[in-house]
Design a protein around this ligand. Structure first.
Ligand code: NZQ
Ligand code: ZN
Length: 386
């Protein structure tokens, strides 16, 4: 097992009604709150009214309209508000997009230059405002990790900013908030959680047995409860298991002792930067194609283990088991209404070359990934899932 450090400063409050702790917890940081949210779902579900009631007595400033695949422009507006109003704490109510924009805002608010500088050079992140989160969609794990993915519309880049200063201080995870998710978002979140586990699981270090075993448990949880949440949106058992799976899936617990660069996410991030598709939808399309390309005599053992442990494949031959696992994953994705082809989201081959080159340039795919990939390999993946 590789050496590792593991420190997560986020206070998680999980379960029904946990939002009531907000006034007491936020007061620890001050009175001036920047409330951030997305395109309006929190107003439709009534959560906005609850939050406003709980924030009585605070000075509340609002930044709504944060877009899925959040844009640098929103970050810049938020940072300007924080500086102008001397904000004490950011309260992000929403999913990965709102939380990620808030994370970038939190450090841009404490920096004198352009917000994008901090993406290009993380050593410039010296300070950040505290962030509290009320999570409304489970997918990214952003509620308990230090990363944020932001799109620069001018350069077509979707990149990750990361710093220990960006962990939320508090995250309220109430599974009942997931009941109102549109089926497509439940499905996309489910695929995303599974993908986070897979990115960390498909790495060379086999001695981190405990990490792989926890990962398999999380993946089995997703495979069991994803379809149930699709069928029964207000099934608390399904929603609560998925919600915790998303947090554990990307709070670095599943990477300890392993490491290595991710394979599918860097490719998806480029696709969603170029075409603004939903992150989980992109992953659903690209993951099976990546698996087909990455499967070889050298990797078949791990792919077979994945097939047997996660999808219960009973087959002694590793190569056949591995192939069955890929098929099971495809069936799982389509079973929850997710696509397997770029054409299903109106993407043709126009930008394949540009996207492949960008994926290699912005990631560790060619140097540190489980199976090292070249630009030509990424092109092959696009062709496989076209
Ligand atoms: O914007 P509103 O109106 O709130 O609607 C949202 C949005 O349209 C809606 N929604 C959220 N909660 C809802 C709801 N609708 C009804 N009821 C609710 N309870 O769902 C849509 C998607 O929301 P979004 O925040 O975009 O989803 P998600 O959490 O999947 O975040 C995706 C973003 O996170 C990035 C992705 O690339 C993408 O930009 N990621 C962030 C990561 C991280 N910080 O660690 C890692 C991930 O791999 C990922 O890259
Ligand atoms: Zn993801």
């Amino acid at each position: 097992m590789n050496n590792f450090t593991f420190k997560i400063p986020t206070d998680i409050r999980f379960g029904k009604g946990q939002v009531e702790c907000l006034p007491e917890e936020l007061a620890k940081y001050g009175k001036k709150v920047l409330l951030t949210y997305g395109g309006g779902s929190i107003k439709r579900t009534g959560l906005y009214d609850t939050i406003i009631r709980l924030l009585e007595g605070f000075d509340v400033y609002e930044l709504g309209g944060i877009e899925p695949n959040p844009k640098l422009t929103s970050v810049e507006i938020g940072a300007k508000m924080c500086k102008g109003k001397n904000i004490d704490v950011i309260l992000a109510v929403g999913g990965g997009s709102t939380i990620d924009a808030s994370k970038h805002i939190s450090c841009a608010a404490c920096y004198d230059g352009p917000a994008w500088d901090l993406m290009m050079d993380r050593s410039l992140i010296k300070e950040a405002l505290p962030i509290a989160v009320v999570l409304t969609i489970c997918a990214t794990g952003s509620e308990m990790n230090s990363g944020a993915v932001i799109t620069n519309e001018d350069t077509n880049e979707k990149l990750e900013i990361n710093s220990p200063l960006l962990y939320p201080s508090l995250s309220i995870c109430d599974p009942t908030y997931l009941y109102t998710l549109p089926p497509k978002q439940t499905a996309a979140g489910t695929v995303d959680i599974l993908s986070h586990c897979m990115e960390q699981y498909f790495q060379h270090n086999d001695e981190a047995y405990i990490t792989d075993a926890i990962s398999e448990a999380v993946m089995k949880t997703v495979v069991k409860y994803g379809p149930i949440a699709m069928e029964e949106p207000d099934n608390y058992e399904a929603r609560s298991n998925l919600m915790w799976a998303s947090t554990v899936g990307l709070n670095h617990m599943l990477t300890v002792g392993k490491g290595g660069a991710w394979s599918v996410h860097p490719i998806e991030h480029v696709v969603s930067a170029f075409y603004d598709i939903t992150h989980g939808v992109g992953l659903s399309i690209i993951t099976p194609a990546w698996m087909k390309l990455a499967l070889s005599e050298e990797t078949k053992g791990r792919f077979a283990r994945f097939a047997r442990e996660v999808f219960g494949v009973c087959e002694d031959d590793d190569m056949i088991a591995a192939q069955m696992g890929i098929q099971k994953l495809e069936e799982f994705n389509t079973g929850i209404g997710m696509p397997l082809h770029l054409s299903e989201v109106d993407i043709d081959d126009t930008c394949f070359e540009k996207m492949a080159s960008e994926a290699i340039r912005t990631s560790g795919l060619s140097e540190r990934a489980y199976v090292k990939m070249s630009e030509q390999d990424v092109m092959k993946i696009f062709v496989l899932c076209k």
